[in-house]
Design a protein around this ligand. Structure first.
Ligand code: MG
Length: 251
């Protein structure tokens, strides 16, 4: 059976007998939207304005962290101190403005097909994003009709600790009313994958940016696909294997 080795490894690592998916916990940037090129460009531009030495690709590694965490990471590194909450809010607003000036963001290729399959199975759906930017969150109902019911969202405003802390995905499990082994996560970023796996959830990694697949595996992804299209093409087989793969009874 396809993926059964990967599934068995996950079951044994988390001491589960089985994963029975009842809910899908879904990241937004780089997963539902092809937005990371704009996010990394906006971060890079703002930090250069402030005299912070950085390279654009490093922002792919910070994806999933709250804006405040990213700002403070770079300020600590460059100036040896963090910024006040007021300054942080001002800087994040500036980053949001630069993001809004970038070319329009499109839904990720293949993501609709994956979401259609999830909805057809009748699984609960929860959005789990490190973002607090309303520009994309507000577009979800138009781009993905019916995907998220009201209140089924965890954003940077809902949690104290952002990814890679497990809190965002633990909060999502509570919203869905399911146990960790009754869900799966779809994530594109190492910190997001770490958050999902630390919450004990079967985490599907998708490499939609420059970060190599082995980084997602290292962060705890149970399986990794090279695109949302590849995930769509293999989704039925993966769900079938999840339902039919059991952990060894001697754990
Ligand atoms: Mg993401």
């Amino acid at each position: 059976m396809k993926y059964s080795e990967e599934i068995k490894k996950f079951l044994s690592r988390h001491h589960y007998d089985k994963v029975v998916p009842r809910a899908a916990l879904i990241d937004m940037d780089g997963t539902l939207y092809d937005s990371m090129v704009n996010h990394t460009a906006a971060w890079h531009k703002m930090m250069l304005e402030l005299g912070v030495k950085c390279n654009r690709d490093e922002f792919y590694l910070y994806e999933g962290m709250t804006g405040a965490a990213t700002i403070n990471l770079l300020f600590r590194r460059t100036f040896g101190h963090e910024v006040s909450p007021e300054e942080c809010a001002r800087l994040y607003k500036r980053k949001t403005k630069l993001f809004a000036e970038m070319p329009p963001v499109e839904p990720m290729q293949g993501a609709r097909e994956v979401m259609d399959k999830i909805m057809a199975l009748g699984l609960k759906r929860v959005l789990v994003t490190g973002s607090g930017q309303s520009s994309l969150i507000n577009r979800l109902p138009a781009d993905y009709p019916g995907l998220f019911e009201d209140g089924m969202a965890v954003t940077s405003h809902s949690v104290k600790n952002g990814k890679p802390h497990p809190e965002p995905y633990l909060t999502a499990l509570r919203l869905a009313g399911v146990a960790p082994n009754e869900a799966f996560v779809i994530e594109n970023a190492p910190l997001g994958v770490k958050s999902g796996d630390s919450a004990g959830v079967f985490t599907i990694g998708v490499t939609t940016g420059p970060i190599p697949s082995k980084e997602l595996t290292r962060a705890g992804a149970a399986v990794v696909f090279s695109s949302m299209e590849e995930l769509a093409a293999n989704f039925d087989a993966l769900m079938d294997s999840l339902l039919n793969t059991y952990g060894s009874s001697d754990v």
